[in-house]
Design a protein around this ligand. Structure first.
Ligand SMILES: N[C@@H](CCC(=O)N[C@@H](CS)C(=O)NCC(=O)O)C(=O)O
Length: 203
């Protein structure tokens, strides 16, 4: 398997899950501005959406969309318990968080990363995200992980976007549950290894 990624971007979550799954994989970074691979090849020829993450399977099937790549990986190694089995309510609680992280958090950050976002719109975007982080902080009260008793694929994704909250310096004073949670996730060997492989420090 090969993961197409960009350091620190939303490919970090499936990257962490690849390492949590214990399976062999390779990685190739993508220049998202130029849509080129390291050797200059056209990334659109591999992934027509031009986005990362994308996971190329050994049979040449391309799997895209972070939450789908992570479900695919987790379901392939059920013994690792990265996602509860079909039919278990725990699975749907994890999927609920994945959807929230993808649609309310991940895509909520996008305007802050785009060079063409009007400056006067950015405070609105930041305010919306800060409200959602309050909800995340409350949800973590008394909980080690975001969806139940175990680390799941939702934790990899939540950690990924919480790093961006630090990077763009959202107002996070008093969100102690988030800070403790991030330290907990960052201490996992798979996360340490993923950050090192992407040249990132723990945030
Ligand atoms: N719906 C996709 C979105 C992935 C996405 O937004 N990727 C960003 C990096 S975090 C990207 O590739 N941006 C470049 C672009 O959209 O052209 C998913 O959830 O995997």
């Amino acid at each position: 398997m090969k993961l197409y990624y960009k350091a620190g971007a939303c490919s970090l979550a499936p990257h962490i899950i690849l390492r949590e799954s214990g399976r062999d994989f390779t990685m190739e970074s993508v220049d998202l501005m130029q849509k080129k691979l390291e050797n200059g090849d056209d990334y659109f020829a591999i992934a027509p959406k031009g986005q990362i993450p994308a996971l190329l399977l050994d049979d040449n099937t391309l799997v895209t969309e972070a939450v789908v790549i992570m479900q695919y990986l987790a379901d392939a190694v059920p013994d690792r318990q990265l996602l509860a089995p079909v039919g278990s309510i725990n699975r749907y609680k994890t999927l609920e968080w994945l959807n929230f992280i993808a649609t309310e958090l991940h895509k909520g950050f996008t305007p802050l990363f785009r060079p063409d976002t009007p400056e006067d719109f950015k405070p609105v975007v930041r305010g919306l995200l800060e409200k959602k982080l309050q909800y995340v902080n409350t949800s973590l009260e008394g909980n080690e992980w975001i969806s139940g008793q175990r680390f799941t694929i939702a934790d990899a994704y939540l950690y990924n976007v919480l790093r961006w909250a630090h990077a763009v310096k959202l107002q996070m004073a008093g969100l102690q549950n988030i800070e403790a949670y991030m330290a907990r996730v960052a201490a996992r060997p798979a996360v340490v290894a993923a950050l090192a492989a992407e040249g990132l420090s723990a945030a």
